[in-house]
Design a protein around this ligand. Structure first.
Ligand SMILES: [Zn+2]
Length: 276
C-alpha cells in the first residue's frame, strides 16, 4: 500500500451535483432510513462510469489495498471504505448509507481484497470508540478506524516487507489491515516475491559495483555508469504506477538499514527513494 493524494484527481462532477440535489439518491436514501419517508432507493451513483474512471486514474489502475494492477484483467470494484450496507459485527448498524456516493469514501479495489472473505463489510474501530450510525453523526471525531485508508494515512510505517514478499503489520492498524484486506494471502505473496527478488538483486548489484571500484579504481567511471542505470531502473519500480511499489520502497529501506555503514550505497539509494 502506498499513500495516494486524493486531491491529485478532481472529484467527478456527477457526485458533486447529484449529492447536492435534494431529490437525488443521497437525500432519498437518508430520508428513507432516518425519517421513514419514501421508498428504499438502490445505490447507483457511485457505480457511474465517470466515477470508476476517476478512481482508476487516482489509483494508477491498482488496487488501493494490495497494489496489484487490476484494470487490464478486471473492471475493478468501487470500494466503500466505510461500508454502505452494514458493518460486520455490528448487527444494528445499517451501514454508512449516507456515504455511499461520497468521493472521500470511494477507493478502487480488486475483487479479492474487497470481497466477502476479506474487507467486505469489515470496519473495526479502536476500543472505546463509537460508530456513527446516521448522516448527522460526525464520524471523523466519533470513530478511530483500525483499517488504513491510503488516502488518509501514509501506510509507509505501518507495514514491513522482506525480500520474499512477506508482509507484516508493524502497528495495530497495520496488523488489522493485513488481516482485513488479506494482504498476507499466498498467491499475492508469491506475486510480490517476484518483484522483491528483482529489487533485491539490483541492490546487491549496486553493492558489488561499489566494492569493485574499491578493489580497482580504474573501473570507477564504468561502474558509476552501471550504478546510474540501476538507480534509474529501480526509480521506476518505486514509482506509484508500479505494482507493489510500497514493498519495493520498504525493501530499499531495509537494505539501507543493513548497509548503513556503506555510505556510498546509502547515498545512491537515497536517489531512488527521493520524494517517497
Ligand atoms: Zn487488492
Amino acid at each position: 500500500m502506498i499513500k495516494v493524494d486524493r486531491a491529485s484527481v478532481a472529484e467527478p462532477t456527477i457526485l458533486i451535483t447529484k449529492n447536492a440535489d435534494l431529490h437525488g439518491e443521497r437525500n432519498k436514501i437518508i430520508q428513507y432510513h432516518e425519517n421513514g419517508i419514501g421508498v428504499k432507493v438502490d445505490f447507483s451513483l457511485y457505480s457511474k462510469p465517470e466515477v470508476k474512471e476517476a478512481l482508476r486514474t487516482l489509483f494508477n489502475h491498482k488496487c488501493a489495498y494490495c497494489e496489484s494492477r487490476v484494470s487490464h484483467i478486471d473492471h475493478g470494484d468501487v470500494e466503500h471504505w466505510r461500508p454502505k450496507g452494514g458493518v460486520t459485527g455490528q448487527s444494528g448498524h445499517k451501514g454508512y448509507y449516507w456515504l455511499a456516493s461520497e468521493w472521500d469514501n470511494l477507493l478502487l479495489a480488486c475483487s479479492i481484497c474487497n470481497g466477502k472473505g476479506y474487507k467486505g463489510n469489515h470496519f473495526p474501530l479502536a476500543a472505546g470508540y463509537t460508530y456513527a450510525t446516521k448522516s448527522k453523526d460526525d464520524y471523523r471525531t466519533l470513530e478511530k478506524p483500525l483499517l488504513i485508508n491510503p488516502c488518509e494515512t501514509d501506510p509507509t510505517n505501518h507495514f514491513g516487507f522482506n525480500h520474499l514478499g512477506f508482509i507484516k503489520g508493524l502497528t495495530i492498524e497495520g496488523k488489522q489491515s493485513v488481516l482485513s484486506y488479506g494482504l498476507h494471502r499466498d498467491l499475492l505473496t508469491m506475486e510480490r516475491k517476484k518483484e522483491a527478488e528483482v529489487v533485491a538483486r539490483e541492490l546487491r548489484q549496486i553493492i558489488e559495483l561499489i566494492a569493485d571500484t574499491i578493489r580497482d579504481n580504474s573501473r570507477s567511471s564504468i561502474n558509476k555508469r552501471k550504478i546510474k542505470e540501476i538507480v534509474s531502473f529501480l526509480r521506476k519500480r518505486v514509482s506509484s504506477e508500479y505494482q507493489y511499489a510500497g514493498m519495493s520502497r520498504r525493501i530499499i529501506r531495509n537494505f539501507q538499514s543493513t548497509y548503513k555503514n556503506n555510505l556510498v550505497f546509502v547515498e545512491w539509494t537515497k536517489k531512488i527513494l527521493k520524494g517517497y
